[in-house]
Design a protein around this ligand. Sequence first.
Ligand code: CA
Ligand code: CA
Length: 331
Amino acid sequence: MTFANVLNRRTPPPSPGFSLVELMVAILIGLILTASIILVLVGNMHSYNVNNSSAKIQESGRYALATLLRDVRLAGYWGGYEDDVTNIEDAVDPAGTGCNSDTWARMVEQRIYGLNDTNNDGTATGNYTNADCIPASEYLRGDVLAVRHAAPITLDPAALTANRNYIITDIDKATVFTTNVAPAGFAQPASIRELVAHAYYVGMGNGTCSIGLNPSAGQALPSLYRVTVTGPGVSSKEEIVAGVQDFQVQYGVDIDGDSSIDDYVDADTVGADWADVIAVRLWLLLRAACIEPDYTATPTYTMAGVNKTCPANVRCQLFTSTIRLRNPRLI
Ligand SMILES: [Ca+2]
Ligand SMILES: [Ca+2]
């Protein structure tokens, strides 16, 4: 075999290559595959956002409900004192005083109190939950719920500070005080606790939708707030949970005193005798932070017998619970 023959055998035949049509078909298939992948990715991202939004609603709803339940269950707990609540010394009869007064926290006859779809109880200056407690500019919508009780934890007398609400109890008596020196004359061991007074309401909060291109990005969300009165004329406000669209409360009243609930009513139907309340039913309507343009359902949510809706394209979920007050009425 000559050298030329070897060269000829190793040279491959010329390739015919791709025709223009084949090239275009290949590009088209590539484009279809790429578009499919993008569609799957967009779909997954949308599913992730929806799931994330629903999970956040669940988490926020459960936390808000747990916070309220813990507080309401303690309503009327006075550190072990179980005699007539009207005998607690230096407590204040419910008298329509503002929560920045020195009396609001000490109205222990009202372990539970509420206002129906208003922050105004209709009384004049210094009223119950209006101007100086939940200003009109901060109240948004829904019911107001006030809860009072002694804190679960006892305090060392040396740890007391002035201008703070406390209650000291032994088995026979109880006294509310606001100084750093506990009243004398209590059988030992007496217990000293903070006197807790809270008011819950829905106001406009600071939370926003964080997804940049969402139409609702940057818009403030309504939130569940809690005012805490810690001392005479001293109150503070905290945002419990963002994304609370509405908050409703009804009260289980025992009118005939047989410890069985006769009816569930709104706050303005309870009347003057809040001691009749032995259960509380709560509704919290939680909303997603962001608008979902393709979420077009318009469900209604029945809260305290009234149908409520959420803003267009906003996913919502209703949370509800009924709590029997653990501490007996003591009047
Ligand atoms: Ca209501
Ligand atoms: Ca009854």
